[in-house]
Design a protein around this ligand. Sequence first.
Ligand SMILES: Nc1ncnc2c1ncn2[C@@H]1O[C@H](COP(=O)(O)OP(=O)(O)OP(=O)(O)O)[C@@H](O)[C@H]1O
Length: 258
Amino acid sequence: MLDVQCLSKVYKTGKRALNGIDMIIDRPQVVAIIGSSGAGKSTFIRCINRLVEPTSGRILLNGKDIVALDRKDLRSARRRIGMIFQEYNLVERLTVMQNVLSGRLGYVSLFASLRYRFPAEDIRAAFELLDRVGLAGYQDRRADALSGGQRQRVGIARALMQRPDLLLLDEPTASLDPKTSRQIMRLVGELVAERKTPAIINIHDVALAKSHADRIVGLSEGALVFDDTPDQLTDAALARIYGDEDWTLTSNNEAAGA
Ligand SMILES: Nc1ncnc2c1ncn2[C@@H]1O[C@H](COP(=O)(O)OP(=O)(O)OP(=O)(O)O)[C@@H](O)[C@H]1O
């Protein structure tokens, strides 16, 4: 499915944000990317759909190297990658249904999309997705009248309207309260399994990553320093990812409900 080979990114400033990352995702799973601020998590996720241009390396999605594509082919490859953002990126003055259908833009003709005329099967799929993400009956609400959790559900439905081969989620719960964050992560996990679409999630909350991801990848200063199942994320592994913080103390506090 996804085969990332020796991916590096050096920004124009000379900052090396990613240093030879290798990662294979060969089945539908939730992969959480964790690491300190500045470790390269956003850069990694954004390189995969070339919102950030990789400096070197290969990113094979179903055998096609995203890095080597010209503009036109990149546009169609991007349609196969659903992106979900921290700030939802909805069009505020449009309805929930219009936002979800916008996931199909690029598939329907420009003329049809400008007038928001979509095939009946797209509209049926949008209703089904709204139902699935828990927003049945919300189709005519304006996006700016929704709560954060509801907005993120719209963001998820919009990404799934693309029928993507891969989902990229950049800090999808960072603007949400803890309970809503768990609900959103649970929903993502269910959808990954149901639709057999892998998801890569850039996430700060280690506890949330541990409880909802199938696999955890730890970055430190642009290098991959951990890649394993959540149960292997020991204090020693956390120290490798985050440095010399006292992780024993943190996990004891968490256990005590602090
Ligand atoms: N456009 C840019 N130009 C120059 N340097 C950048 C740019 N974007 C990011 N960086 C640098 O690259 C490094 C990795 O940044 P990145 O945003 O990928 O980290 P991150 O792990 O996502 O951090 P955070 O958790 O704070 O979002 C950082 O040192 C950052 O300052």
